[in-house]
Design a protein around this ligand. Structure first.
Ligand SMILES: [Zn+2]
Ligand SMILES: [Zn+2]
Length: 235
């Protein structure tokens, strides 16, 4: 008998051939909690990875959403893409609150297997760079959730970005948040990125402003390509 790391009910693992022979890790979530998380699947925007099925028709042109078309007008010819694992719906918000604001880092074990699978598929050969928190937020929270998520992967991590602007994104209006400001981030000193291929790690992709600004900073230092991998993505 196991206990669900999220809701704490006791449950029996579903028996499959793979689990009987020890080929898959036992699940850390009960079946009900597992099924409450929605993995992004089907057709996605080629740039930002949002599920096209959940995107209003008027916001899609072919295989690209209008947000991304707008971003490509602001920053053309840049080699950027985002991929996300889960839809950021009510259940995922609950999960994220418990992880980030209640500091339940162990909860990450419930997503590690799927998270690694997405990374192996999309960007396993890229240098992993976590999105930094401001010094003040890091002090309040005690850990950087993006670094924790990066550490679940088996790649080389370079914690090379710092944040210049600590103003809370969530206190701004949508249009303010969408405004581009490549001055959000800076590189720690003495690091060369010429020709580097990088994957940024963050918890949630909302408007894309955070990861795209970080990407611009990295392009400015010579990175060849920048992807971002986020645990969840707004619909
Ligand atoms: Zn559960
Ligand atoms: Zn898009």
């Amino acid at each position: 008998m196991d206990y669900c790391l999220w809701c704490d009910v006791s449950f029996y693992q579903a028996l499959t051939w793979n689990s009987v022979f020890g080929l898959t890790e036992p699940d850390k979530l009960c079946e009900e909690c597992r099924q409450s998380l929605t993995i992004i699947s089907g057709e996605i925007c080629r740039v930002c990875g949002r599920m096209l099925e959940k995107t209003p028709k008027g916001f899609v042109d072919g295989d690209t959403c209008l947000d991304c078309i707008r971003w490509e007008m602001i920053w053309p010819d840049k080699n950027f893409k985002n991929r996300s694992l889960y839809v950021y719906d009510g259940k995922m918000k609950e999960w994220m609150n418990r992880f980030k604001f209640r500091g339940d880092v162990v909860l990450c074990e419930t997503v590690t297997s799927e998270w690694k699978k997405l990374w192996l598929k999309e960007c396993q050969n890229e240098i992993i760079v976590p999105i930094p928190l401001s010094g003040k937020r890091l002090y309040e929270r005690g850990f950087n959730q993006s670094l924790v998520l990066a550490q679940l992967l088996d790649g080389e991590i370079k914690d090379i970005l710092t944040r210049k602007n600590s103003e809370k994104q969530s206190k701004k209006s949508r249009s303010e948040r969408l405004q581009t400001n490549a001055d959000f981030f800076q590189l720690k000193e003495g690091i060369g990125l010429s020709g580097a291929r990088i994957v940024l790690i963050d918890d949630v992709y909302t408007t894309g402003t955070t990861v795209r600004n970080a990407a611009q900073t990295l392009f400015g230092y010579g990175a060849r390509s920048v992807s971002s991998l986020t645990l969840a993505r707004g619909v």
